[in-house]
Design a protein around this ligand. Structure first.
Ligand SMILES: Cc1ncc(COP(=O)(O)O)c(C=O)c1O
Length: 288
């Protein structure tokens, strides 16, 4: 909870949180935060708040999950790696949403061609069975004493078997390529939908493999996020039989994370429901 960069709904009313966790803005060009801005914020953090030599770790999602599916470029991640190397800081990538073929690579960090020191994994790791893990360099992983890191659910045999099954399916069904194909198909369809004049204004559509999102805006060419429309769309789609999830610090982003094993027929069916729901939302707004 200390680490998450999203106040609502995760932090409001909770606390206290551990001290000495600092957040810098994630690059999101379409909301006015360039990668240079993010790096400048880090530089200023090191000047104002914390000596980089005291920093244990920098943690980043290569593609933000809850934060809004913004994508950190390979250059940005390479720059963070270089900064970590200079100051002896550990680089942790959180691949809990991006891991296991979701972005077209087994781990999203592979797009950047750098090696993190630790990777956190969960969710797709065991195809929905409860399992999470940390992958890391041995000098870090072996630092705690044997049994020093434990918990009630550690090493659940059924979840571990499911995770081994996931690795088999990932290879057998070539899910990295499938993720790229899913991404291309969905983005093409979203682009066609966004061009209609009877749907709510859609801003940026972005994806890395099958990690896909689009933003709802208050008007065509408007830079103002429409969180209310995102809520309305999720409710309308649910009524129509399609579960959608919003995300983003502005609450206006719809994320699409279809199972990588889904058939293209099912994906098309979902997109048909999405399109119909968008048209319905726009017409009810006109009627209101
Ligand atoms: C990217 C990301 N990191 C971390 C977490 C938290 O993981 P856990 O529930 O395993 O603590 C989540 C969501 O649950 C997530 O989406």
């Amino acid at each position: 909870m200390g680490l998450t960069g999203k106040m609502t709904p995760y932090k409001n009313g909770f606390g206290p949180f551990p001290a000495d966790i600092f957040h810098i803005p994630f690059p999101m060009e379409n909301h006015g935060v360039s990668e240079d801005d993010s790096l400048a914020a880090l530089k200023s953090l090191f000047k104002i708040d914390v000596d980089p030599e005291r920093v244990a770790a920098i943690i980043i999602e290569p593609v933000q999950g809850e934060g809004g599916f913004y994508i950190a470029s390979p250059q940005f991640l390479q720059t963070l790696r270089a900064i970590c190397n200079v100051h002896g800081i550990i680089l942790i990538v959180d691949e809990i949403q991006t891991g296991f073929a979701r972005t077209g690579k087994t781990f999203a960090i592979e797009h950047a061609g750098i090696e993190p020191d630790l990777i956190t994994v969960a969710k797709s790791l065991a195809g929905g069975f409860p399992l999470s893990g940390v992958i890391g360099k041995s000098e870090i992983m072996d630092a705690p004493a044997p049994g020093g890191l434990g918990g009630t659910y550690g090493g659940s045999p059924i979840s571990c078997a499911a995770a081994l099954g996931v690795l088999d399916v990932l290879a057998a069904e070539n899910l990295n390529s499938k993720a790229n194909l899913i991404g291309e198909k969905i983005v093409t369809r979203l682009t066609t939908i966004a061009a209609r004049n009877d749907v709510p204004p859609i801003g940026e559509i972005r994806n890395l493999g099958a990690m896909i999102a689009f933003e709802l805006m208050t008007g065509t060419n408007s830079a103002k996020p429409d969180a209310h429309m995102a809520k309305t769309l999720c409710a309308t789609a649910a009524d129509n039989g399609l579960i959608l999830l919003s995300c983003g610090i502005y609450g206006n982003t719809i994320r699409i994370l279809v199972p990588l094993t889904a058939s293209f027929e099912i994906i098309e069916e979902g997109l048909d429901l999405l399109e119909a729901s968008l048209v319905q939302c726009a017409s009810s707004r006109v009627a209101a």
